[in-house]
Structures are given as structure tokens and as C-alpha cells.
Design a binder for this molecule. Sequence first.
Ligand SMILES: Nc1ncnc2c1ncn2[C@@H]1O[C@H](COP(=O)(O)OP(=O)(O)OP(=O)(O)O)[C@@H](O)[C@H]1O
Ligand SMILES: [Mg+2]
Length: 369
Amino acid sequence: MRTTTLSKETFHSQTLPPKHILDNLVTSVLVVTPKLNLAYLNPAAEELFSVSARRVVGQPLTWLLAAGDDLLTSLNQALIQWHPITERELSLVLHNQNSLKADCRVMPVAHPIIGDYLLVEITQVDRQLRITREETLLSQQHATQALLRGLAHEVKNPLGGIRGAAQLLSKQLDSFELNEYIQVIIDEADRLRNLVDRMLLPNTLPRKAQTNIHFILERVYALASAENKNGPTIKRDYDPSLPDLLADPDQLIQAVLNVVRNAVQALAGNGEITLRTRSQRRFTIGNTMHRLVLQIDIIDNGPGIDPAIKQNIFFPLISGRAEGTGLGLSIAQSLINQHNGLIECESEPGHTCFSIFLPVTTEPNDHDQ
Ligand SMILES: Nc1ncnc2c1ncn2[C@@H]1O[C@H](COP(=O)(O)OP(=O)(O)OP(=O)(O)O)[C@@H](O)[C@H]1O
Ligand SMILES: [Mg+2]
């Protein structure tokens, strides 16, 4: 093994690859001296370990990882054997006692100028699973929307014909009783057309403007409270520092209201709903990484989603209620998709949480990449 001369300063002045490349990686990267002190960590690693590089660079690695952690063992092994080590699904115990699963690669590097160091790459496995799940979710949504659009056109054309023919027939018939039957045909055709129109929503592009997320939630709060005077308590837990985002306020109100209405219905007058806002930095939706994403959680302490339909609640016409059309969540999902966002849900008896993620963008259709 070579002797080390690596220090914080030499690493930053001599570093390869250029720092801006490491800074923009989604993978967490650490540079560690042979004495297991931290020489560098990129922003992804800062986020992963919830620390600031300024505080920890120059400090022992045990500032990030609990003593005896498996990664420390791998680093020591890589140093002794002077050989790259790849560990899959390592359970990392962090300095704050939180733990996470990650794939880790430790690479010993001998640099002619700055000496020896260990390059450590960490990819959180839970996060990968989440991205894969989101990609599947988004492609399912697109397929469903395409199917619905095709189906709706096929249904609407003959429906117009049936309704028109019924109207013509009613003009030819004098019998009041027969006219009543014809009115049933017309009413049912109208009901079916309304259903198909709802399924096709939204048929207009969002009209985006600078929008405050709390303005949206306060409107939903007012509407839901007015609709349910004796309904459940609705609490608000807002992060007031969140910036505005470019969005269509009417569409977002509609999306959040659909979710809140479901919670109200599930609670049947008892219990509590919480509207919560938070921000997420460097957050991936589908395969796009956004610098800043706003998170809206709609939480209720009701009975939870019926396990029989839990996997499919975002599909149209899936309902657990006798009088439900099963369109509320599918519409909410389309509206959120129009904003390049994501809606997901976790539910167990006593705790159901729908989370809406909206990227903060400055330009229409800007993916903030
Ligand atoms: N917070 C919740 N708690 C328990 N079940 C829920 C909750 N939110 C949704 N669900 C279940 O998901 C189903 C689908 O919801 P969705 O809003 O799509 O349709 P719906 O409410 O049945 O009908 P619609 O909204 O079109 O009137 C609901 O019928 C209900 O069974
Ligand atoms: Mg609903």
C-alpha cells in the first residue's frame, strides 16, 4: 500500500473526475482516506446521511456510520487486500441509529499526486425499488388512459344515435305511458354520456400559473368542511416555507378534493383527517430527478382500504362503495400526471395516507432535470 498525502484541500484541487460530475450524481459517493477519515462526500451522500459536507469532511467515517457497521468492515478489507469490494443489500446503521439497505462498492485508488484513497459508491436499494414501482405505475396509467379514450369514443357515437332516435320517436307517439319509456332511454343515455365524459377528464390542457400549494389546500378544506358540517375533524400541518409552483389551481383542487372526499366517506362522520405539506429534495418521479418536489399527504384514521381492491384503486370503475362510480382516484391521478407528478397510497386499518408529489418547475412542461 502507498503512503497517503490526501487531505481535504488536495482532494478538491486534484480531484478526478471533476467535482461537478460527482455533485450531480444520484448515487452517493464518499472519498475516504486510508485512516478512514472523510475527504469528500457528494450532495447525494449528504442527503442520504442527513449531514452537511462542511461539517463532516476531515472527520472520521464513524461520524456517519455506527461503530461496527458492515460498511466499515468492507472498507478495512478493501484496504488490506487493496482490491475493490462490492456488497449487495448491506444494512447500514447511520450515526442517528436510522438504518437503510444499500448496494455498496468500495474501490481503492492509488493517485500519483494525491496518494491513496477509497472511493465508496452507495446506492440505496429501497429507493431503486421505489423508482421501479413508480415507473410501472406511470406506464399502467398511460395504458389505462389510452384504453379509456378508445372505449369512450366507441360508446359515445352510438349513444348519440340512440338518444336522437328516441327523441324522434317521442314526437311520433301520443301515448303518455310510451313517452315515459322513451324518457327512460333518454335519461339513461345522458347518464352514460356523463359517465364517459368523466372518464375522459381532463380533456383540456392544464392552464398553469404560479400557485401556492396552501391556497389549494385551504380551498379544499373550505369545500370539504362546507360539504360535511357534521363530518370528521380536518387538521392542517403545513410547512409554510414551501415555494409556489407552476400549476393549474382548479385541476389541483379537483384532485385533492377527490382524495379528501374519499377520506370523509371512509370515516363516516367519525375520526380525523390531516392535510400535511412537506418538501423533498432531489426526488425522482418515473425516471426524472427533480431538484425540489412538494409533497401533500392526506391522512385519515379510518378503517383503511379494502384489501380486495387495494392494488387497483387508481384504475377507473374500481369502487368499494355501493354508490361509488370508482372514478375519483383515477381522475385525481390523471390530473396529477398532467403536472408531471405522482400520487401513491399506503393504507392499514387506522392509518391511510395518500401522498401527492408535485415537482416545482418554473417553465410550463419544464422537467427540472
Ligand atoms: N381514505 C380511504 N379509506 C378507505 N378506502 C378508501 C379511501 N380512499 C379510497 N378508498 C377506496 O377506494 C375506492 C375507489 O375510490 P374512488 O374515489 O376512485 O371511487 P369512489 O369513491 O368509489 O367513487 P367516486 O369517487 O367516483 O364517486 C373507494 O370506493 C374506497 O373503497
Ligand atoms: Mg371517490
